[in-house]
Write a protein that binds this ligand. Sequence first.
Ligand code: NDP
Length: 615
Amino acid sequence: MSEAPTTYTALGRELDYDPDQLREKYRQERDKRINPIWDKQYREVVGEFAHYSDDDPFAESDGTRDPITRTVEFLVIGAGFAGMMTAARLKQSGYTDIMIVEAGSDFGGTWYWNRYPGAQCDIEAYCYLPFLEETNYMPKGKYAFGPEIYEHSCRIADHFGLRDHACFSTRITGMRWLEDSKRWQVSTSRDDKLSARYVIVCTGFMNRPKLPGVPGIENFEGHSFHTCRWDYEYTGGDNNGNLTGLKDKRVGVIGTGASAIQCVPHVGESAEHLYVFQRTPSSVGLRGYSTTDPEWVKTLEPGWQRARQKNLDDVVGGRPFDVDLVHDGWTDIFRNLQSSVLPGMGKDPEEGVSPEEAAFAAEIADFEKMNEIRARVDSIVEDEKTAELLKPWYRQFCKRPCFNDEYLPTFNRDNVTLVDTSDFGGVERITENGVVAGGVEYEIDCLIYSTGFETSTGYKRRFGFEIQGKSEKSLFDHWAEGRRTLHGHSTHGFPNWFFVGASQTGVSFNYAIMLEMQTENLVAIFDEARRRDATVIEASAAAEEAWVQEIRRHAADNQEFFESCTPGFYNNEGQARDTTATFTGDAYAPGANAFEEVLIAWREEQQMEGLDFSN
Ligand code: NDP
């Protein structure tokens, strides 16, 4: 692209690249990755593969205990951010009969499980860590590493007194609505018999690791694990690296998504040799890190965190904003869009800019951002061929953008080899001794799957347990044509069953703000039930249908964009039109702040219309 003539113009500016040529390149790169067996290309972690998910390398014991028989008012499933925030807000609202069931042996969810070296949240810590003001904690720097986030999870648990409510190392195995008692009967992997008035499912949307569905995976005789169950006993070291156990090992990492970007530098530093098997390169922007300035902290007024979270969501959601408080790689593209490509846009989107013009301007800003990302690869990676392979050819938000300063330099090391598999649809085969890609077998002692999580497979497979509502109807039959909820939290026919997460709610790159508004809304619903002296809460069929249509209406606006994207979990592995399990098409596209406005109006003006309260 660097040789493109400088005669192209757009938006009254001269471009030093040809936008048509770039569009065509994106299309070719996308087409070569479209996989006809998109939803079957991964191996489910069951049977002989179950240990990739079921094993808990971080638990101090196997959690054996006697079964519990208990009746509770609130059963919260999951002790990650969603579960903790739900339980904390319930306690703030005066509810005390709460039980939290969690598969891990502590609080933290994602941050309990994902302890790979280098694990960090690349969303600004001041926006991402919940309850900073309530817990009087200020993150050490602009981005928090895994251990700090895990510690903060424990801080939240202690601050709100959640430990006494927790039941760890326990998985839910099924739940049934009992119409006579108007309660949920819940079973667990520890043979517990639980009865709950309200069930709140907070199990996250990336809790089931997946493996490549390639032949021979069961034959590998070396050591292997998934990034979300890092085996430090084998590798040595910790989140800071120093993986001494790998010094005489040939290591393979399959996958180059956000997890790999963070762990690869540490593996490269420690292993005798590292092979990184890439199918699609991530876009890797400048991380930039600064420690927290105590003088800045002194300037913060009460309510600062929520204001900052909302500002971040406005900026990355393309809504009007006056100031970009976060000012980092996430907000960069939108800031540029507003200030240079389309001055005035964002300030007053209604005035003088048609949707087509705005879309074109966004595309141009995106091209320029991605040109910068590709130029960054050239400026860091010394070997030209490797640099070429590391360049992403798609629009920035087709796949989750990454921000990291150590990943690209790792490919300048003599002991690190990038194996690009894009021409072969990924790694082809796994043998007893290693990985085959492009017909070449790479011998490996330790294979690390950085292949992500199930986000597009069927709901039942992802939940991992049966849920039977009224008349014993399965939730998964009710959702056979796609998820059906009112505002993401309730489903008709499943009274007193609630969900907190990433489905049919306002989507944001900052998961924490999505949870803030959902958990606040949920507790407002319980408060309303208490006020009305009701014990059964159920979404009406009409309200559910209206919300599903609202989700689809907005999703249609993004369809063209996602269809033009390289496959990934944002576009259902390239099947953006499939509504049965689409991740992005399942979100309220206008974003988290817009969703909060919907919820506030629903609570205040519409008096929670569509939710039936009874006894
Ligand atoms: P991803 O799903 O993002 O990445 C999986 C990787 O595996 C992709 O590079 C994929 O390639 C590759 N892959 C899959 N199958 C094959 C195959 N057969 N051969 C070769 N490569 C293959 O998972 P991650 O764990 O990296 O990240 C998941 C999500 O977790 C992120 O998107 C993000 O939302 C979150 N996360 C957030 C972080 C943060 O800083 N906040 C840090 C880490 C993760 P392809 O792209 O071609 O499909």
